[in-house]
Ligand binder design. Sequence first.
Ligand code: HGY
Ligand code: MN
Ligand code: MN
Length: 415
Amino acid sequence: MTEAFSSLRINPDRMLDSFTQLASIGATADGGVNRPTFSEAHLAARKWLKEEIERSGLEFRTDGAGNHSAFLACAEERAPSFLIGSHLDSVPNGGRFDGALGVIAALEVLKTVKENGIRLKVNVEAIDFTDEEGTLVGLLGSAALAGYLNQKDLSSPCGGRDNLLEGMARAGLSDAGMLSAARPKDSLAGYLELHIEQGKRLERAGTDIGIVTAIVGIWSYRLSFIGRADHAGSTTMGDRLDASLGASAFTLAAREMVMKDFPGCVVNVGKMDFAPGAFNIVPAKVELALEFRSPDEQEFDRLDAALLALAEKEAARFGLELKTEFLGKHSPSVMSENVRSAFASSCEVLGLSHVPLSSGAGHDGQSLSELCPVGMIFVPSVDGYSHSPREFTKWEDCVNGANVLLQTVLQLAAG
Ligand code: HGY
Ligand code: MN
Ligand code: MN
């Protein structure tokens, strides 16, 4: 740790001002934000970020995937870049801290480094990754930057190809642009992200900072249970091929099975779409948005097979056809030991308690962990709320996280 900088801190009032301005973009009446990728609100938030970067005298950069960043160059021409950041897109009716805190804190760190004239041995870039949440693809901007996004990811995205095309058109992006955003392998010096925990562990333990050990893997499917539309009144119960029965039975049974046979894993059916979808028609088709997560790569094959077999069984039970569409996966990723210990020594300097924590949420760092050292820190979520307008983190905790980020950047990127 470079002693000279250990007393340096971010400017909390300036950061709060930026955070508050950003939280007003796409704000919902109940205190959250609604900024799905490439929605008007999301584009407005990115416009605000670009202007904020330029107001701060930092260089604004963007790429074919629409990633937006503030760039602070070091003296060395061909030096690699150290990325710090998160994402400005939100889930529908989400919270104002998820992603936004990481971007605002990263920008505040750059402002602090710049105004103190600190010499850097690598470039430092505060980045807002495109579509982390998967409204369209999921970890889109970071996968593009890492060079492993492919045309198939864009042709059959979890958010639907038409939505992706419309979104890209609004943002002035294209498939070709997305696929051109890959950075040279040796151009990344590392990636750090500050994020809210989105759970209750830190709050329960009364601990200031969670130092992430690993990020969970996620597999996604669209399952369709297909029966037959019939008159809801004149069709006897025994004669119905009711798609809702297979979908509902599968959802309940999947929860039971994972809780019993797959400890440490989770399964979620986040959406069910009924067709034709009327009071007086027996549902002909029900489409499920299915995802399941595990911290252990080996567990996925077993869990995948078990869930698909269960879906087949429940479909057969009600005389339904089953269609499955695999929508992609993100592998679990382990955080860099070196970065974890840098975070820990920053917490010591700042007198903050810290604890190693795994992440049950996916994050952009899992796109980059094969390319460069990646690390994440969490700050407490009040009552664990997230992906909800009730998401809240105390400002003092936000400032703690930003100072840990600053001190760690100074350890790893200043020279
Ligand atoms: O879904 C997730 O885990 C993250 O919030 N995108
Ligand atoms: Mn997030
Ligand atoms: Mn999220």
